[in-house]
Design a protein around this ligand. Structure first.
Ligand code: KG4
Ligand code: ZN
Length: 341
């Protein structure tokens, strides 16, 4: 176990930029922790009618919005160009046309301001969301990263030291929420819609099998999604709220069970959440209860830091810069980038 502290460097102000999917975001973060501004412009209205993100529409919208969002983040933070010490941007994974907008903007700003550019993995950024506005943390941490594109359990052993303990074999948790919500006619994005509908339903109304519960640290959600569809077909009069609550309970039971097991295995001081699904009310409540029962901390980012944002990118970028220095300006954008280990 080690106590990691911030590098012995003067206060440093990082501008973070995030455009990997359908949120255009910019943020100013001090010393990898203190969030001075966090501006997120969601494109959800542009994509809602298609029931999912349309890559070309996303890229074009980022291009239109990025300059204004960066300016807003700087004004909100009360900083001017001379105050910025580095610019960090998500370089992958994500949609290529979307990523390229943020990467190009960040490189251009770093070049004209004559400050370092840092390329960050979106997955690494989600891990750092739970450390924002926290003091020093004691590693190792067990982090459950659950988003629309990824579901993984990570042993976070120190800054830049990650080990993927398990991940999904098919759908990501958020993808399962989105697909089930679409089937139930609850709209897009599905996660918040199921969260809200489940509040009015009975989680024990239908028993869905918890997928791969005692089967290591990998996950599988596509069978659960099919089970939901089959149940609704066989019982057309079933209350949608009961289906939503029962589906959500099955996903959350599985996530909490595995996160808890992983935390015990690595001797984690805390269990952390990251990614859009970490905004889920039941998951947050159950994770807090489990951590308390196990005598460890639970580091849950605020809901706005769970979904895509640039504060987490600035934080991950600051630590990466401290460890490895600037990223060369000829780096590209990497749609299938993993977690740098
Ligand atoms: O991290 P994120 O903003 O984008 C990706 O990197 O994928 O995650 C988006 C996902 C979507 O699938 C959305 O439905 C899900 O997070 N989500 C939720 C909730 N809020 C967002 N899922 C369950 N409950 C929520 N409250
Ligand atoms: Zn994300």
């Amino acid at each position: 176990m080690s106590v990691e502290t911030a590098p012995d460097a003067p206060a440093s102000v990082v501008l973070g930029i995030e455009t990997s999917c359908d949120e255009t975001a910019a943020a100013v973060v001090i010393d990898g922790r203190l969030v001075r501004s966090n501006v997120v412009s969601s494109q959800v209205d542009l994509h809602a009618r298609y029931g999912g993100v349309v890559p070309e529409i996303a890229g074009r919208a980022h291009e239109r919005k990025i300059t204004g969002i960066v300016a807003e983040a700087m004004v909100e933070a009360g900083v001017k160009r001379h105050d910025i010490d580095a610019v960090a941007a998500t370089i992958g994974p994500g949609l290529i046309g979307a990523l390229l907008v943020g990467v190009s903007a960040a490189k251009a700003l770093a070049l004209v301001w004559d400050v370092p550019f840092v390329g960050v993995s979106h997955l690494e950024a989600h891990l750092y969301a739970s450390l924002l506005d926290e003091g020093e943390v004691e590693f190792p941490l067990a982090t459950l990263l659950v988003s629309g594109g990824h579901t993984m359990l990570v042993a976070f052993r120190g800054h830049g030291e990650y080990e993927v303990m398990g991940s999904t074999l098919d759908d990501a948790a958020g993808e399962a929420f989105d697909k089930v919500a679409r089937y139930l006619g609850l709209g897009y994005p599905g996660g918040p819609a199921i969260d809200a509908a489940a509040m009015e339903g009975d989680p024990e109304a239908i028993h869905f099998t918890r997928p791969m519960l005692d089967d290591g640290y990998d996950f599988s959600f596509s069978g659960l999604k099919t089970a939901v569809i089959n149940h609704v077909r066989a019982h057309p009069d079933v209350a949608t709220q009961d289906v939503a609550a029962s589906f959500q309970a099955a996903v959350v039971d599985t996530l909490v069970h595995k996160a808890r097991k992983a935390a015990a295995e690595i001797g984690a001081t805390a269990v952390c959440l990251g990614g859009g699904v970490a905004a889920n009310s039941l998951l947050r409540e159950r994770m807090l209860d489990a951590a308390e029962a196990d005598g460890i901390q639970a580091l849950l980012p605020s809901r706005s830091m769970c979904t895509d944002n640039a504060a987490m990118v600035a934080a991950a970028g600051w630590w990466r810069l401290a460890r490895e220095g600037p990223t060369p300006l000829d780096v590209g954008a990497y749609p299938s980038m993993g977690l740098p280990c």
